[in-house]
Design a protein around this ligand. Structure first.
Ligand code: GLC
Length: 473
C-alpha cells in the first residue's frame, strides 16, 4: 500500500503541537511494517537550514486558487524510510509562525490544491490520502469535485483524521467562489450554520473519519465536545472510528535520551532521582523531598488551566513544587508568572516551546498534571508515563483511554471525572498520599513505565483500516 499523509506540521520540520508528533511518527511506524509512506507539508520559513540542506528540488508547477494562478515549488527528502514533500510558495509560507494570519484560508486552500496537483508530477501514487485537521480539510472536497474522475486519481481513498474538533476553519460565504474556487452548486458541502466550514467539508466528503482516541470518537457526538459539529457527526457515524495515537518511543526513552542528565530504566530508577535533583537545581529550587508536579502544555482553556488556577495556591502551600512549561493565552501566562513570583522556592515557570526542557520535566517530575476539559488524545500523559512520571488527569478522550486510576492496586495514574477543581484537587491529594508511601509509589512508577504506548499496535489498526477501504472498491 502507498499512503500519503497531508498535514500542516510534522516533526522535525515544523511543530506547534501534538499533530506534528503524530505526523512525524505514524508514517515511520507504518513504513516499518512494509508499506510505502509519504508526508507532504508546506515549506515554511522556520524549517531549519540543516534540514533544508537534505532537500532536493523536484519541479515547479502552477496551482489555481480560485482565479489566481500561483507558483508552487515541490521539494523532496527521505528520512527514516519515509518520503517527504514540501510545497513551496514564498508569498504564503515565508512568514514568522505557522498560522494565525488574516489569509490562513487562502494559504491552506493553496496548499490543499497543490497537494492534489502535485500527484501528476511525482512518482509516488497513493492508494490512500490521509488528511489531518482543518488545514487539509479541502483535499477530500477538491478530490470529490475536481479530481476523482481524472485519470490516475480514480482509485484514491481519502481519510480525514480529527486531532481537535475545536479548530474548524470557519469563514464568510464569500470565500467559496473568491478563494476556494468552488461552484455555488456545491455550497452544501461546506456550509454549516451560515458559515463556510472547512472541517465540515471533510466530514462530508472523506471516505473515512478517524479520531485520535476511541473515546473521542463518541464524545464528539455530544454538543459539549463537538463545538457545533455534533449534528453532522451523528449522521457520519458509519464512517467514524477512533484509533489511539502512539508516541515516538525512540525520541522519548529514559534509557537513551540525550536531553536528560541521567539515564534510567524501570529496573534501575536511581537515575530518575538524580534527574529530579538536577532539574530542581536548574530551575532554582532545592530538593527537600517534596513532590514535584510537571505541567507541559499549551496555555489554552481546553487544557484545563482554569481548574489549575482555582486551587494552585492551595496545592503549593501544602508542600508541593511545580515545574511549568508552556505558552499560549496571555492571561494564563500572567497567572503562572505571578505564581512563580509569589512562590519562588516552589514554583518555576518557563514560557515558550522548549523541547529539551520538556524532556527534563518529563524525567525529573514525580507527577504530571493534565486536567483537560477535552483531550482528543493527549501525548504528554503517555510520554510522562514512559519516564515514570505519574499522570493526574481528567477522564476525557485519550486521557480516559490511557490512564487508569490507582485507587486499587493496578493503576498507572490518578483520574477524576467531573470538570471541577475540587475533584482534581482530590486526585492530587491521593497522588500525594501515595507518593509518601515509597513502596506503593515505586510499584506505581514501574507499572506506568511498563505500559506500551508505542505506535506498533495502532499502526496495525491503521493498516487494517486502510486495507479494508481499498478492498471496498
Ligand atoms: C491535538 C489534540 C491532542 C492530540 C494531538 C495529536 O493537539 O489536542 O489531544 O494528542 O492533536 O493527535
Amino acid at each position: 500500500m502507498k499512503i500519503l499523509f497531508a498535514a500542516s506540521e510534522a516533526v522535525p520540520y515544523a511543530a506547534s503541537g501534538g499533530l506534528a508528533d503524530v505526523v512525524g511518527s505514524l508514517p515511520k511506524a507504518i513504513s516499518a511494517k512494509g508499506h510505502e509512506c509519504a508526508v507532504v507539508i508546506p515549506l515554511y520559513q522556520s524549517i531549519k537550514p540543516e534540514l533544508r540542506g537534505d532537500m532536493e528540488f523536484v519541479t515547479n508547477i502552477t496551482v489555481d486558487v480560485s482565479w489566481r494562478k500561483q507558483y508552487c515549488g515541490i521539494y523532496t527528502a527521505e528520512r527514516d524510510g519515509v518520503t517527504y514533500f514540501f510545497i513551496d510558495n514564498e508569498y504564503y509560507f515565508q512568514r514568522v509562525g505557522l498560522y494565525g494570519f488574516y489569509d490562513d484560508c487562502e494559504r491552506f486552500v493553496f496548499f490543499d490544491r497543490a497537494v492534489l496537483e502535485m500527484l501528476k508530477y511525482i512518482s509516488f501514487k497513493p492508494d490512500i490520502i490521509n488528511c489531518n485537521d482543518w488545514q487539509t480539510a479541502l483535499i477530500p472536497v477538491y478530490y470529490q469535485i475536481y479530481y476523482k474522475y481524472q485519470q490516475g486519481y480514480d482509485k484514491i481513498k481519502t481519510v480525514f483524521t480529527i486531532h481537535n474538533i475545536e479548530y474548524q476553519g470557519k469563514y464568510g460565504k464569500e470565500v467559496l467562489s473568491e478563494v476556494m474556487g468552488i461552484p455555488s452548486y456545491n455550497t452544501g458541502l461546506l456550509e454549516y450554520d451560515g458559515y463556510i466550514n472547512m472541517l465540515k467539508g471533510a466530514l462530508e466528503t472523506s471516505d473515512k473519519l478517524i479520531t485520535v482516541s476511541p473515546s473521542y470518537a463518541w464524545e464528539i457526538l455530544d454538543p459539549w465536545y463537538a463545538h457545533g459539529l455534533d449534528r453532522i457527526l451523528v449522521t457520519k457515524q458509519y464512517k467514524l472510528q477512533g484509533i489511539m495515537n502512539g508516541i515516538d518511543t525512540k525520541l522519548y526513552d529514559p534509557a537513551h535520551d540525550p536531553c536528560i542528565a541521567w539515564r534510567y530504566t524501570s529496573d534501575e530508577l536511581s537515575g530518575k532521582v538524580k534527574c529530579k535533583a538536577e532539574l530542581l537545581s536548574e530551575l532554582g529550587m532545592n530538593d527537600n523531598g517534596e513532590p514535584l508536579i510537571g505541567i507541559v502544555t499549551r496555555f489554552v482553556r481546553h487544557k484545563g488551566i482554569d481548574l489549575i488556577r482555582c486551587v494552585f495556591e492551595e496545592i503549593v502551600r501544602s508542600g508541593v513544587k511545580f515545574a511549568v512549561l508552556g505558552s499560549g493565552e496571555k492571561m494564563y501566562e500572567d497567572f503562572f508568572l505571578e505564581m512563580a513570583r509569589r512562590y519562588p522556592e516552589r514554583v518555576s515557570v518557563n514560557v515558550g516551546f522548549i523541547p529539551e526542557l520538556s524532556h527534563k520535566i518529563y524525567a525529573g517530575a514525580d507527577m504530571f498534571l493534565m486536567p483537560s476539559q477535552s483531550e482528543p488524545c493527549g501525548l504528554a500523559q503517555m510520554i510522562a508515563m514512559r519516564y515514570g512520571t505519574i499522570p493526574i488527569v481528567r477522564e476525557t478522550g485519550g486521557l480516559r483511554d490511557s490512564v487508569r486510576d490507582n485507587g486499587g492496586e493496578n493503576g498507572n495514574g490518578f483520574t477524576f471525572k467531573t470538570y471541577n477543581a475540587f475533584d482534581m484537587l482530590d486526585a492530587v491529594w491521593r497522588a500525594k498520599r501515595d507518593y509518601y508511601d515509597s513502596d506503593r509509589w515505586e510499584a506505581l512508577v514501574k507499572r506506568a513505565m511498563s505500559c506500551d504506548f508505542s505506535w506498533s499496535s495502532s499502526a496495525d489498526t491503521y493498516i487494517e483500516t486502510f486495507e479494508d477501504m481499498i478492498k471496498e472498491q
